[in-house]
Ligand binder design. Sequence first.
Ligand SMILES: [Zn+2]
Length: 274
Amino acid sequence: MSQPKLIFLGTGGDAIVVGKQMLSSGGMVLQVEDNQIHIDPGPGAVARAADYGINLRNNVALCVSHNHINHANDVNAVISSMTHGGLDRTGVLITNKSAYEDNMEMQPMLNRHFKDKLEKDIVLDVGKRVGINEVEIRATHAEHTDPHTIGFKFFTPNFTMGYSSDTSYTKEMVEDYREVDLMVLNCLSPGEKKIIGHLNTEDVKKLLPEIRPKLAIITHFGVKMLETDIINEARQIQHKTGVQTIAAKDGMVLNPLSYSVNLRQKTLNLFKKQ
Ligand SMILES: [Zn+2]
């Protein structure tokens, strides 16, 4: 069995960091056995995948947590990559309502043209679940400026992983993610710096003793976070909560079974595997 991997195609959070690409914003890729699941394809998802040697043709699922640029901008480009522009109808889109439906306050990032290019598309409401081969994906609670935002919980044969998406601290999160093995938290700002609909370091310190994951990973950093020492923020979280905590980096590859971390170097390989 090949080892599972979680690859960060981006760790940028707010409009400034993403807008200037101070950090990348391609989302995350989870590889479990033969399943490659791409989560929140923000601007540059296709480019960063190529940079880090990830073949998007291998995506069996694409998950979109909400309809903001930094999470969903490249949804169409990734579908096109997955399906060779629709020649090969493959893969499943798992999305929240607002990135998909046309009757929302904001136009959905998903272009109607690309809906038909997939094998299946599923709008997932909180508490609902879907099975993709050996992996079950459940939609979790989030409280964000896109009111339809969802988080995700992944159940794989050997580990569970929570992904908060963008959210404030809520009691529901504690129930949703209790005792997951791996918890990925979008921690936009340091200390007590509050930005509506987002977690800061103090929120994470409050959450982790309640969730008790084996490993917490903070990511999705805003400009205030970049002005501080992010690694020190992670250290402080770990010190306060007793939960092993690391700060994600662009190109970071993590083995969810051993928690070993490597950095994937950008490749300049012009002749990638098809
Ligand atoms: Zn957002």
